[in-house]
Design a protein around this ligand. Structure first.
Ligand code: ARG
Length: 578
């Protein structure tokens, strides 16, 4: 159950009962300190204004009307008219018992929506670089959270697999193959390959013309040229798959629907836009003048959908994709994850697409932008020599660094186990560092903070999880079969209990806003609440009452299960020992 939503409903009913207008708000927030209870209702002040009564009088009426018998042990009016809700420990214990007995921790699925998530979407002409890290892992976390809540998710890897740059790449590739090289070897380093082709394009007599010929042939559907293109794409996709595998993300080949998939529809898109009078000719090109995004002088924004030479653009493909997702995939929601620099493009695309009826009013088109990953110098993340950082290399370095760290710690793990742990910690650290930041802002990449066992990091959470496992090993209790009554007595127990029940609130926010950092913050708070509980409420010390011990073990196990489930949604692995 979503506690927050449940309480809001209770307050809404109370507002109706005291004769509040139908549109009266029921704002409820989580309390920041235990003294203020668990939740705080802040709606009395605004309502008092509307009804011209004293806020505290209204608050008293709400308190009298709200039906929280047996749920809250105390409702207290504070300050100008805040209502602090102190949940009943016995009620909390009952909820937790329900969660403990359920494989889904008591979290029910939502009513199903079809959600298209467009993420990762690298350009196949080049190697995946750090710019694709954020979209790939944020997207994958959002997808997993949506699926967990029961939605039908359709992943769309909108890979950049088409465009004029393929002319020079294919011309270069065909020369290499003619020299009896194999495609895999020739393309083993896409960066190098791209650079070679570019140099030839700029400097070699006749090469640029050949490259242009290839473009024309490719677009004309020339069989030999297409076969070459397919070979190129295939090897490049394999490079991406290597990254996905290392990153533990769920994307597969079936999720790829690259830009080229829309080629046959682009002429239709233009024809439809023209027929509807939305696109008009301007200096030989087809453009849409967007009045809604006019500048200060009133000049409309110009959105080009076809170049004067007849060529199509990124925008044309995105309009075709929008229509496909709306009509064929029947998406209730479309989420697109790219860096913030593309925000204007998607805003314009949405305006144009809606005008053209490519998407229905009840279907959403949600661009979810994110900021840049910065180096220690505050500038976009680069290699020491100023090159783009290849993702594969970054991930390998993460694992190496984790190996060195783990090697320094005392442990009874075998060398092979240590290796596995290092992989999970290293990859987990990189992913978590990214996922835990509010996605809309830039963030600084820092090896030391992300690999630290303290603070809001993957290693800290993974460690908290292993800590519970070691408690169970010491206690000689099998967590899977443990069944005991949960009693909530100490403040730390209550804080932990409430936190545990708020898991679904965090997930709901992730699915609604595509913000995995909310889940990270939640897990970090949960782990911290557990650590305070662990200090204050001993389990295995001599003299601890058996019933207390078992109740606390139940809480510890619920904490571990919630951490594991939350980290799993984030695509971060856990281990039994560290
Ligand atoms: N390939 C693009 C890039 O690397 C991202 C594509 C995002 N999706 C879309 N429908 N435009 O920047």
């Amino acid at each position: 159950m979503n506690l927050h939503a449940f309480l809001i409903d209770k307050f809404k009913a109370a507002l109706a009962a005291i004769g509040a207008p139908a549109d009266a708000q029921a704002p409820l927030s989580r309390s920041t300190r235990p003294e203020f209870g668990d939740y705080q209702f802040n709606g009395a002040m605004a309502l008092a204004k509307a009804l011209r009564e004293k806020p505290r009088d209204i608050a008293e009426k709400i308190v009298a009307a709200v039906e929280l018998e047996g749920i809250a042990e105390k409702l207290e009016i504070a300050g100008p008219g805040f209502i602090n809700v102190h949940l009943s420990p016995a009620w909390l214990a009952k909820q937790l018992a329900g969660a403990a007995a359920d494989a889904r921790l008591g979290i029910a699925e939502e009513s199903v929506k079809t959600v298209v998530v467009d993420y990762s979407s690298p350009n196949l002409a080049k190697e995946m670089h750090v710019g694709h890290l954020r979209t790939t892992i944020i997207g994958d976390a959002v997808v997993k959270a949506l699926e967990f809540m029961g939605h039908k998710v359709i992943r769309q890897n909108h890979m950049g697999d088409w465009g004029t740059q393929f002319g020079m790449l294919l011309a270069h590739l065909s020369d290499k193959l003619a020299n009896s090289e194999v495609a895999e070897t020739a393309l083993s380093d896409l960066e190098v390959f791209y650079r070679e082709a570019k140099v030839r394009f700029d400097e070699e007599e006749g090469f640029a013309d050949r490259a242009r010929e290839y473009v024309v042939k490719l677009q004309g559907g020339d069989a030999q040229c297409l076969a070459l293109w397919e070979q190129f794409i295939d090897v490049s996709i394999a490079h991406s798959e290597e990254v996905y595998e290392k990153l533990n993300v769920t994307l597969t080949r079936e999720d790829i629907r690259g830009e080229s998939a829309y080629n046959d529809d682009l002429a239709n898109v233009i024809a439809d836009l023209k027929a509807a009078g939305i696109a008009v000719e301007d200096q030989g090109a087809q453009v849409v003048f967007i009045q809604e995004l006019a500048d200060k002088e009133g000049n409309p924004a110009v959105y080009i959908v076809q170049k004067s030479g007849g060529g199509y653009l990124y925008s044309t493909t995105d309009l075709a994709a929008m229509r496909y997702r709306s009509r064929q995939l029947q998406a209730d929601r479309t989420l697109i994850l790219t860096d913030a620099r593309q925000a204007l493009h998607f805003k314009q695309t949405e305006i144009v697409g809606r005008k053209a009826g490519f998407i229905q009013p009840e279907q959403t088109y949600e661009h979810c932008p994110f900021g840049m990953m910065l180096g220690a110098d505050g500038k976009p993340f680069k290699t020491r020599t100023g090159g783009t950082v290849k993702l594969v290399e970054l991930l390998d370095e993460a694992v190496e660094r984790a190996e060195a760290l783990i090697g320094q710690r005392e442990s009874d793990l075998t060398a092979e186990e240590q290796k596995q742990v290092a992989r999970k910690v290293g990859i987990g650290a990189v992913k978590y560092a990214d996922l835990s930041k509010n996605r809309t802002t830039d963030y600084m990449f820092n090896w030391d903070t992300m690999l630290s066992f303290e603070g809001n990091t993957a290693p800290y959470l993974q460690y908290a999880y292993t800590r519970v496992q070691s408690i169970f090993r010491k206690a000689g209790v099998d967590a899977a079969v443990l069944q005991a009554e949960i009693r909530i007595e100490a403040t730390q127990e209550k804080t932990l209990a409430t936190k545990l029940l708020q898991f679904v609130e965090a997930i709901n926010q992730v699915t609604a806003e595509a913000t995995p950092h909310v889940l990270c913050t939640y897990l970090y708070d949960l782990a911290s609440a557990f650590m305070s509980f662990y200090e204050a409420c001993p389990m295995l010390k001599d003299g601890v009452d058996e019933a207390d011990k078992n109740s606390r073990l139940m809480l510890a196990n619920l904490t571990a299960r919630t951490l594991k489930s939350g980290l799993d949604l984030l695509g971060i692995e856990t281990m039994e020992k560290m």
